[in-house]
Structures are given as C-alpha cells and as structure tokens.
Design a protein around this ligand. Sequence first.
Ligand code: ZN
Ligand code: ZN
Length: 181
Amino acid sequence: MLPDESTLQLLFAQLNYQFFNGEIPAHRIGYNSRFSNCAGRISYRQKPPLIELSAKHLADSPNALRETLLHEMIHAWLFSVGKNPGHGADFKRKMKEVGIASIYHDLGNARPIRESNKRYILRCEKCAMELLRKRKPAQTISCGRCSKRGYDARFPLSVYEILEIKQLDAVAASRSRPHNR
Ligand SMILES: [Zn+2]
Ligand SMILES: [Zn+2]
C-alpha cells in the first residue's frame, strides 16, 4: 500500500531533519503513475520544486520508496546549497552518509516493471534530466531541455553505465517483446 501524499510530505520533513539538518527547502512530493523506467524524478524549476515517485515501482516496497525519496532529496539538497546536483562526488559522499548503496533509483531496488536491456543513463548535470539508452552514444549529445536550438556544447549529457543490472539481465535473457522506445 502506498502512503498518501500528506504522509509522503511528513516523511520528507523527517528525512530532511534526520540527514540534512532541515536544509532542504519545501518541495511538493507526489506520485506519477506514468514512469516506466524510473522510480523517482525531481524537477527543480517548479515552484515549489517537485519530487515525483513512481506509484507502480514502489507500491510493494516501503523501503524502496524511502530510499528513492532519500535519493531525490540528495539531488534537492545539493541543488539548494549550490553544488552540482548530478550523480557526482558530492552526491556519492552524501549517499554513503545516509546509507544508500546504489546510485540508480531507476533500477536499484525497485524491480523494473517493463522488460528492458538499456544499459546506459545519459544525464544532464544542469537540469538532472535522465535518458535510458541501449547503446553508448557514439558522440557527445547535449541536453534537449537545456539546449533549445540543437547541439550546445555547454550542456553535454554525461554517460553512466548501469551497473546494478543483475535483475535486468535475467529479464533481458528472456526478452521477447519489442521495447517502447
Ligand atoms: Zn538521481
Ligand atoms: Zn538539461
């Protein structure tokens, strides 16, 4: 059973005090039922900023829900204190501090709901937008959201290889249906 959104808000406040000295400004926490490949997402530019959690991925696991929220809160905290909000060194340091083992909210503890053999995450360190790709891109791609007029070298997408792939490998071996993207 999923906690309702006011309970999420409470959990946010608790974790904020427990791990971030209450430094994260107010965020709206909600569910998004349309996520197919990720368990959580943060949008910094809304007012207040928005953290969305995947109802489908997290319904059966209160622990995965807490971890996913905590993961998004690390992004939120880094962003609010003016540090790089991406999955960089600061992120990893804080991750260890709060006791999260895997960097990928997308594929870490939450079971994928759709078969997927995507192995790479392309991430914009500016707006934190993430894309999943089967292959490593041959050339540098810039973020479609930040560079409005075609390629822009200021907003390259960083490429991360998905390492927590055990569960997916088992699924990928028996893949039979085409993928949606
Ligand atoms: Zn993340
Ligand atoms: Zn971007």
